[in-house]
Each structure stands twice: as structure tokens, then as C-alpha cells.
Design a protein around this ligand. Structure first.
Ligand code: GLA
Length: 386
């Protein structure tokens, strides 16, 4: 198997003939609490042991030189002409641009990055790129920002350059992840607590549908607008000023006739998902994985029927998991419209699960589904270069 860290460092030496600082920036999973980070909810993400390695050094010029290792693509831009372009370039330039907007003096640098995280698969390769770059710039240039500030910079970068109006979950999890723990992230206060997630008989298995329906970004921004509209109506007609203050479906139903049918369904999902995530945290504290897993299936149903961010391929995968004996819980993960499902699978039936789900998926769609076992890991950190 390829050792990405070594490969990235070797590439850096080939291209720039000097010794870099090296950082690892993880992808993330989310156990429960989907599409509610931008709706003032609570979410339950964690960083994983797959991600992006960065090799980085100052170059005493006014140029920023990037090499995207996996794509074998280069980018060189002068510091004073940061502009939106396309693809991965927007993610790195967007981050640099936020430091500049903050009045920080960026110095020229060379950077190679690459990793073993699937792209466009709902594990936030984008936050891994943003968070890793933000951290290494912050440390090498001594800007002194804390992790929360860096997460906020990365979120703003994603809004501005790639133009995805994301919540804070991905960037926060990338920076604050902790081995064998998930975060309970309060997305209104932007604070977190850690909860252990260690069940020795289970593994977290991601199943990548290997589809990525192209409407993902536009539909994401549209969901945000629909929720904003719903919240406005809620505020006007009730004393409630946040989705988290709604205590039951009935409370929302009271304003149903004021809302467009679609907006109502989006709001119903949000209200239910916030309550579900709170319940899930309680189950986790009680180490009740069975009840926890049932809530994951309910989340999937809501994402599919009310929030409408699933697709045939993801529904098929979750449906298979629901019928497989060793799976405690499964659902689509991340923005939706493709990417991965997350599955809590008993270790003893893991091999059989991975083999069977691959087979039936291939039969049905003619596409290979990749399965990855992932572990909860620490957030962005520097690595030994020896
Ligand atoms: C994407 C966004 C996150 C979050 C999820 C859905 O990953 O970047 O902010 O909204 O979708 O939960």
C-alpha cells in the first residue's frame, strides 16, 4: 500500500529541493445530525484516520506554489493576485485569501498536498484541504490563531471561493477531532464536548456509492434558503427564534398552513433531527449502541423523504444494511446526492457485509462500491519528517 506521507514528502523534495514542515489533516465522519449545522442544531462528527498530508516551506519570493499530488496538477500565483478559479484551486486560494482579508501578511511558500481520502464522497476532503493549509500557514507564519478561529476562516473560505454555503461541522471536526471520540458540536454556540465512541465489537464502515450527482452544490444552497424561509415564518408566527427551540412536530404543525409544502417538509426534518441528535447523545452516554443505531436509520428516512437529499443508490445501500444482521445503524452521510453511507458493523460479520454489499450493488447498478473501515482520529497535527 502506498505510504502517502512519504510520497508527498518525496515529491516536495523533487520539486523544491528543501526540507518541508509536514502536517496531517483528516477527513471526517458524522454519526448523526445531518444538515443541521447551518440550522443551529447539534451534530456528532469526528475526524478519521484518512486524510491529506501537507509538505510546506517558505520560499522567500512573492509566489505561492502548489502541487496537488493526486491530480498531478500545479498552481503558481503571486500573493497579490488571488482570484477565484475552479476545482481544488478555489479551496487553497480561498484559505489564503481569508488570512489576507484578516490583514495578515502572507509570505511566499511552496506546498505539496495529497492523501488517501476519497473525493466527493461525503467525508469532506474539502475541509481536510482547507484545515491543513490554514493550520500550517498559521503555525509557520506565527499568526497565533486558535483552532476555532481557523475553522471559521476555512468555513468563510468555502463560502467565498468555491461558493458552497456550508455550515461549520466539517471544518470544526477536521480541527478538533480526537482519537476514539466523537464531538457533540453545538453549532449555535460553536462549542463542543467530547464523547468516547469505542465499541470493541463494532467497526465504522463507509460504503462509497461512487456516484456524485451533479446537483449536490446547488441543491445544498437551496436547502439552506428553504430552511431560512421556514425559520422566518416560524419566528413571525410563534415566539420561537431558532429551530432548536421547537420541542415537537405539533409545534411546527401549528404554522404548517403558512408554509409552502416543501419548506414545511424541510423544517419538519430539521426539527426532528435536532431532537434525534440530542436523544442519540443520551444513548451514547448510556453506551446503548442498539438504540443509537435505530436513530441513524430514522435519520436516513428523513433525509430521503423529507429533506430529499438521498438518491436511489444511497437508499439501496442503506436498505441492504437495514436487512443485514450485524449492522446496528446506517445512513447516508454528509451533503447527500451520492458519496458514502456510514455503517456500524459488528466486526465478526464485517467481511461478509463488505463482500455482499459490493456484490448486490454491482448487480443492481453496475458500479463498484468501495468499503472503508475508518477509525476516529485526532484533528490536524504536525508529523515527524524522519
Ligand atoms: C456538508 C457541509 C456541512 C454539513 C453537511 C450536511 O458536508 O459542508 O456543513 O451541512 O454537508 O450535514
Amino acid at each position: 500500500m502506498m505510504n502517502y506521507k512519504n510520497e508527498v514528502v518525496r515529491k516536495f523534495a523533487d520539486l523544491f529541493s528543501k526540507k518541508p514542515d509536514v502536517y496531517f489533516s483528516p477527513g471526517r465522519i458524522n454519526l448523526i445530525g445531518e444538515h443541521i449545522d447551518y440550522n443551529d442544531g447539534y451534530v456528532m462528527p469526528g475526524a478519521i484516520n484518512k486524510g491529506v498530508w501537507f509538505a510546506f516551506a517558505l520560499n522567500n519570493t512573492d509566489q505561492l506554489n502548489f502541487h496537488a499530488f493526486d491530480l498531478r496538477e500545479n498552481l503558481s500565483v503571486p500573493i497579490n493576485s488571488l482570484k477565484k478559479t475552479g476545482g481544488w484551486k478555489n479551496y487553497v486560494l480561498g484559505v489564503v485569501n481569508e488570512f489576507v482579508k484578516d490583514g495578515k501578511e502572507i509570505k511566499g511558500f511552496d506546498c505539496v498536498f495529497g492523501g488517501d481520502i476519497p473525493k466527493g464522497a461525503g467525508v469532506s476532503s474539502s475541509a481536510a484541504v482547507e484545515g491543513g493549509l490554514a493550520m500550517v500557514i498559521n503555525n509557520v507564519m506565527n499568526f497565533g490563531y486558535d483552532r476555532k478561529h481557523l475553522a471559521l476562516i476555512c468555513q468563510r473560505a468555502e463560502h467565498d471561493f468555491p461558493g458552497v454555503n456550508c455550515g461549520i461541522m466539517d471544518q470544526y471536526a477536521n480541527l478538533f477531532g480526537k482519537k476514539e471520540h466523537v464531538l457533540i458540536l453545538d453549532c449555535k454556540a460553536i462549542t463542543h464536548e467530547y464523547l468516547p465512541f469505542y465499541f470493541p465489537e463494532y467497526n465504522i464502515i463507509l460504503v462509497n456509492s461512487n456516484v456524485h450527482h451533479s446537483l449536490a452544490d446547488s441543491a445544498y444552497n437551496q436547502r439552506r434558503r428553504e430552511c431560512d424561509e421556514g425559520l422566518k415564518i416560524l419566528k413571525q408566527n410563534t415566539g420561537v427564534n431558532s429551530f432548536r427551540a421547537v420541542e415537537s412536530d405539533e409545534q411546527l404543525r401549528a404554522v404548517k398552513n403558512q408554509m409552502d409544502e416543501t419548506v414545511y417538509r424541510r423544517c419538519l426534518f430539521v426539527v426532528q433531527e435536532i431532537l434525534r441528535t440530542k436523544k442519540a447523545a443520551q444513548f451514547l452516554r448510556n453506551r446503548d449502541l442498539e438504540s443509537f443505531g435505530k436513530l441513524m436509520f430514522q435519520t436516513h428516512e428523513g433525509l430521503s423523504n423529507l429533506y430529499e437529499v438521498s438518491c436511489e443508490e444511497l437508499d439501496f445501500l442503506v436498505n441492504f444494511s437495514a436487512g443485514f444482521e450485524g449492522v446496528a445503524g446506517a445512513r447516508l452521510m454528509g451533503g447527500g446526492f451520492g458519496g458514502c453511507t456510514i455503517n456500524l458493523v459488528e466486526k465478526k460479520s464485517q467481511e461478509e457485509f463488505m463482500q455482499q454489499i459490493g456484490e448486490v450493488y454491482k448487480q443492481r447498478f453496475g458500479i463498484d462500491a468501495n468499503c472503508y473501515e475508518v477509525a476516529l482520529a485526532d484533528g490536524v497535527h504536525s508529523c515527524d519528517t524522519n
